[in-house]
Write a protein that binds this ligand. Structure first.
Ligand SMILES: [Zn+2]
Length: 398
């Protein structure tokens, strides 16, 4: 009941005239005031805990005229927020059906009805209404924003691009990064369909919108791997170093694979060494340790481990590498003890959240190009304390 009462606040506000009228009549006339039957009926339904019927009555009670249109919009929106989309649709449809509705109110009602349809999953209908709002020329930005959400849901990336370009024209908020992701989506689809030329074109289009688009560089690298052109793949993958170092843990395994195919692990080690010198990034340290280990370079491995373990706040992943070093060297006579420690560390590392959305804080394991929570594009990034390359490798997909 309480729920319903707060919902009826706007109705009460709209019928404020009634109270005023009643008081006025009371002061001049001692007769019982003329309370509208509908209002009494509504109250009765409320008292008898029949909220659905009460709402129906109140909706009829608030007559649609220029003073109560906003009230209807609010009432409809409240229904939608409560998940009662059918009711919201009915209210907004009734508004639109009114003759003589001015342009501003018509645009508002169409926009709200579109939002109802969007929530109900009736995307085709919602799209038509948002386009109508844009044609009217009022609340265009809002309509474009809703179309953005709609096309993303439909995964209709071509329409999403057109819409984002229009949105960009009228808004100071930049859409370039988002448009680049849409092109990457198209590129990813083309790659899946083995349309490698189209995929390449889309990835380059993405870079033309956002030259820092890591995803496009990775896609271009992947396309070169498909064509067995590992040298060019390495060039594209290494672009990520200048685009956004946050994605280093993501791109290093790809870069390593391309170097392996190219039979050039020394070249890979050179990349790691350079990043380590320039940025002292954990992924590059872990990669370097692994690289020394694989090549049997015990001398450099020992020096690097000692140097890193003497620092403060040693990451778990680095400790894990150290334990591996000990195991590889007969575990100081107690290999089983160090194997147990290694397992325990693996368990901790597996349980760690590897990535987080920088916009909403949503935590995930692995890279998502669009945040499942706030729907931001390119906002999920590896967490600083855990840049385990293996994890990024496991969850990779364009
Ligand atoms: Zn988010």
């Amino acid at each position: 009941m309480l729920d319903l009462l707060w919902l009826l606040l706007p109705v009460a506000a709209a019928s404020g005239w009634y109270t005023a009228k009643w008081s006025e009549e009371k002061s001049t006339n001692n007769d019982i005031p003329n309370i509208p039957n509908e209002y009494v009926k509504g109250i009765n339904f409320l008292v008898n805990e029949q909220p659905d019927k009460a709402l129906e009555v109140f909706i009829r009670f608030v007559e649609v005229d220029s003073d109560t249109i906003e009230t209807h919009v609010v009432l409809g929106n409240l229904f939608r927020q409560r998940g009662e989309v059918d009711r919201a649709i009915r209210i907004h449809q009734n508004l639109i059906a009114r003759p003589n509705l001015d342009k501003i109110h018509r645009a508002t009602a169409l926009l709200e009805l579109g939002r109802d349809y969007l929530k109900a999953g009736l995307l085709g209908r919602a799209e038509g209404l948002f386009k109508e709002v844009i044609a009217i020329g009022i609340q265009k930005k809002e309509a474009h924003q809703h179309l953005k959400e709609l096309y993303e849901q439909e995964r209709d990336w071509e329409k999403a691009i057109d819409n984002a370009v229009s949105l960009q024209k009228m808004k100071p908020l930049k859409q370039n990064g988002v448009i680049a992701h849409y092109y990457c989506e198209l590129g990813g689809q083309a790659k899946q369909n083995q349309q490698l030329k189209i995929a390449e074109k889309m990835a380059k289009k993405a870079l033309s919108y956002d030259r820092k688009c890591v995803r496009a560089s990775i896609l271009l690298g992947d396309l070169c791997v498909e064509k067995e052109d590992y040298q060019t793949a390495i060039k594209y993958y290494s672009n990520v170093f200048t685009q956004n170092l946050q994605y280093l843990s993501f791109v290093l395994p790809l870069l390593k694979r391309a170097h392996e195919e190219n039979d050039d692990l020394i070249g890979y080690q050179g990349y790691l060494q350079k990043i380590h010198n320039d940025h002292h990034e954990l992924s590059s340290i872990l990669g370097l340790i692994e690289s020394y280990r694989e090549r049997g370079d015990v001398q450099n491995l020992r020096v690097l481990l000692k140097e890193e373990l003497e620092k403060q706040d040693v990451p778990l992943s680095l400790l894990r590498k150290y334990i591996q070093y000990v195991i590889d060297n007969d575990g100081y006579g107690h290999p089983e003890v160090f194997c147990c420690i290694a397992n325990a560390l693996d368990h901790h590392l597996d349980a760690q959240i590897s990535h987080q959305c920088v916009r909403c804080g949503f935590e995930v394991r692995g890279v998502f190009w669009q945040c499942p929570c706030c729907h931001g594009w390119g906002t999920i990034q590896p967490r600083i304390e855990n840049k385990e390359t293996a994890l990024a490798d496991k969850h990779y997909s364009v």
